[in-house]
Design a protein around this ligand. Structure first.
Ligand SMILES: NC(=O)c1ccc[n+]([C@@H]2O[C@H](COP(=O)([O-])OP(=O)(O)OC[C@H]3O[C@@H](n4cnc5c(N)ncnc54)[C@H](OP(=O)(O)O)[C@@H]3O)[C@@H](O)[C@H]2O)c1
Length: 294
């Protein structure tokens, strides 16, 4: 059997017998990796309640038709902290929270009406606020709460953080946004896992690999076309296969925090960061997520 078939068989074996059925919430569940994960949970665990979140109603309708009566869509702009506070109040139970919302763009700093750069708002700050708002439900999960950040767990490096300008208000560049997003995610999962009240929740940062999704559609044509050509010749894996590895990684994480690779296995040699660093990232994150529109 191929690696993905082995992993999928193991996922079915574990998930099909779970009682009570899971409540799964997927940010960015209307496309790509998030869509794949939402549908894979439905396949392995037909009684699971799966909620997908995004902005695209027609994409959501297509997925809902496959999710069946236990599927749900919440329409929201996840770049806005106010919106995240509003919609998380509509969620009553969650065992698995997947954060796969993201954009790929080469435009410079583009502030939301809450004055947060949209890329960081979607891929980092909004994700953390999402977790924070749902932590009470995750802590009381009968299965043990699981949180999966889909980003890039292989490249985060705390030495690339600009500690004097963590919001990059004076030192903005796309590379710096990328470096901060990855390193902050590595550190924030460690911070959250270190809090005694979160002992029943595990926090995972994943690298999904190269996955054939529409994420490159937002790029200028001279970058979009090569990406499409690579995809057409079979470069990368399908979102469905990626979903199996991501779920394998979730199921293989018992407690605490973990970085997983594209096969759902532990990323080796991840450094444990010191408490002071974790606290700094947490305090900075809370300062940004508490922003409201002017
Ligand atoms: N694909 C890859 O090869 C790859 C590799 C490494 C890392 N990743 C990371 O994996 C994550 C998922 O990527 P993907 O390839 O699955 O992308 P995708 O197919 O483009 O999906 C992105 C998802 O994010 C949602 N989203 C974006 N902006 C949003 C907003 N403002 N409000 C609400 N939802 C929003 C989209 O929903 P709507 O369109 O409905 O708003 C969509 O469901 C991203 O963080 C990406 O950086 C991907």
């Amino acid at each position: 059997m191929s690696a993905v078939r082995t992993v999928a068989a193991s996922n079915t074996q574990i998930l099909s017998s779970l009682q009570p059925p899971l409540h799964v919430v997927v940010g960015g569940g209307t496309s790509g990796i998030g869509r794949g994960i939402a549908l894979a949970y439905r396949k392995h665990c037909p009684d699971a309640h799966v909620t997908i979140i995004g902005r695209n109603q027609s994409a959501a309708d297509e997925i809902l038709s496959q999710l069946g009566p236990n599927g749900n869509f919440i329409r929201a702009d996840l770049s806005l902290m106010s919106e995240i506070r509003r919609i998380t109040k509509q969620i009553n139970a969650v065992d698995v929270l997947v954060l796969s919302q993201g954009i790929l763009t080469f435009t410079g700093r583009t502030p939301t009406k809450e004055n947060i750069d949209d890329k960081s708002a979607v891929s980092y700050y909004g994700r953390v606020l999402f977790v924070e708002e749902l932590l009470p439900l995750l802590r009381s999960s009968p299965h043990g709460g699981k949180v999966l950040f889909v980003l890039n767990s292989k490249r985060g490096n705390p030495s690339k953080i600009n500690w004097n300008d963590m919001a990059l208000e004076n030192n903005y560049s796309l590379l710096a946004v990328f470096n901060h997003g990855l390193a902050f995610t590595d550190l924030v999962i460690q911070y959250l896992a270190s809090q005694p009240e979160n002992a029943n929740v595990s926090f995972i940062h994943a690298f999904p690999g190269s996955v054939r999704t529409p994420i490159a559609n937002g790029l200028p044509f001279y970058l979009r076309l090569p990406a499409k050509a690579l995809s057409a010749v079979g470069w990368g894996i399908s979102p469905e296969d990626c979903a199996e590895f991501m779920i394998h990684g979730i199921l293989g994480t018992e407690k605490g925090w973990r970085c997983i690779d594209e096969k759902g296995e532990t990323v080796p040699n991840k450094e444990v960061s010191d408490e002071e660093m974790l606290k700094k990232v947490w305090e900075h994150t809370c300062e940004i997520t508490s922003r409201t529109a002017q």
